[in-house]
Design a protein. Structure first.
Length: 403
């Protein structure tokens, strides 16, 4: 009997074509990871994270993740033509950074505001915290101004007369005009009629109680005072507001699978295209177009919508109370930090008190990025991986880039 082997694995004669394509894709992926994975930001030590999706060369897509500085370095190394064929995701900071300008006569109120901001998720630059003995005042203030996402000035009868406060306001207004920060003024015992001319047309709420500080905190975090928008009667319109980077129809399809999967694994659920259109309220043509748009997340989109586990990794954060990106970071850190950390998915799920539905997307996130040994097995329907075993070097670089 003749036996066929590809890459050291025995292959059934009927599956030679698929096995050859899989071997080609694996070889291509290894080359890409070697070429891009070694690029490193010389200042932060960050490495890029590479994700490749697709079942053949025609629908293969590449996704590069990293900080803006690292993405710029990757662009420089590869050249514009090759870089333009990639999807990039820049890791931008989610934490707002506020620069607090005030005068020393109002130090107690300034301290109250700074502590409130800091304790409510706003990284606050306040001179009493950020300038130490021997530091250059100008340099430290410039650093705080250049790094802030929100310039906050406390306007009082005393501060509006201080040249230093006015100089800082000038710098804050310049950053605002360059779209580098939001300029926010708050008043204390200062009538609106006495605002500096440049601020006379700007909303400058008065601080009189803790509740006013709460609204300031909400404004910095971008929480709207407007009541939430009610649902649209059409599912596609409702999903168009989601910032996924995909069309409204694709969002509708993705949400269907996120909300109807039991465990977040491959082929869960299995549904044909026509029933999917009926279930989502989309036309058959819109459903086909959405599946084509999402083809990297499906094995087959012609007659069946055979979903891959990667879809839940990508879309869970939009419609679930967890984010697989952060879950994956926790999982990677625990694997690296604890030499006795369990490998069996069931044991890890019990340790974290997570259902398989939550653990699977986190594990898939790491696997897609080449950080786990392939322990996918049949006969274990709850988990995408029977065992979660990390590749130490890849996990270390991943954690170093994310911390």
């Amino acid at each position: 009997m003749i036996h066929f082997e590809i890459g050291g694995k025995r292959v059934h004669p009927d599956k030679i074509g698929d096995a050859l394509m899989q071997a080609i894709l694996q070889n291509f992926e290894a080359q890409i990871r070697e070429k891009l994975g070694s690029i490193r930001d010389p200042e932060t030590g960050e490495f890029p994270t590479i994700v490749l999706r697709g079942d053949d060369l025609d629908d293969l897509s590449m996704h590069v993740e990293g900080s803006p500085a690292l993405i710029a370095l990757v662009r420089e190394r590869l050249g514009e033509d090759e870089f333009d064929d990639m999807t990039v995701e820049e890791d931008t900071p989610d934490t707002p950074k506020a620069f607090l300008s005030y005068t020393s006569e109002n130090v107690e109120l300034a301290e109250f505001i700074a502590k409130k901001l800091q304790s409510n998720g706003i990284d606050t630059w306040w001179d009493r915290w950020c300038i130490s003995a021997g530091d250059s005042l100008r340099q430290k203030i410039d650093e705080g101004l250049s790094d802030c996402t929100h310039f906050l000035v406390l306007l009082t009868p005393e501060s509006v007369k201080k040249p230093w406060v006015n100089q800082e306001m000038d710098a804050g207004l310049v950053r605002k005009l360059d779209n580098k920060c939001k300029f926010m003024a708050v008043r204390y015992q200062l009538p609106a009629s006495e605002l500096p001319p440049l601020l006379s047309g700007m909303l400058a709420p008065e601080i009189t109680a803790d509740g006013d500080v709460r609204q300031l905190i909400n404004d910095i975090h971008g929480l709207s005072r407007k009541p939430p928008l009610g649902p649209s009667p059409h599912s596609a319109s409702k999903e168009s507001a989601k910032q996924t980077g995909y069309s409204a129809a694709a969002n509708t399809v993705a949400r269907f699978f996120v909300e109807n999967t039991k465990n977040g694994t491959f082929g869960d659920p299995i549904i044909d295209v026509e029933p999917l259109a009926e279930a989502t309220g989309l036309s058959l043509d819109d459903t086909k177009d959405a599946l084509y748009e999402l083809s990297g997340f499906f094995k087959d989109t012609k007659l069946h919508a055979l979903v891959k586990a990667a879809l839940f990794t990508e879309f869970d954060r939009h419609w679930k109370p967890w984010d697989p990106r952060y879950d994956a970071l926790k999982l990677a850190a625990d694997i690296m930090n604890d030499e006795n950390f369990p490998a069996e998915s069931k044991t890890i799920a019990e340790l974290y008190e997570w259902e398989p539905r939550r653990l699977n997307p986190a594990a898939t996130y790491l696997f897609e990025r080449g950080m786990l040994v392939d322990y996918k097995v049949l006969g274990n329907p709850e988990f995408e991986f029977h065992r979660i075993v990390g590749k130490p070097d890849e996990l270390r670089r991943f954690l170093k880039s994310r911390m």
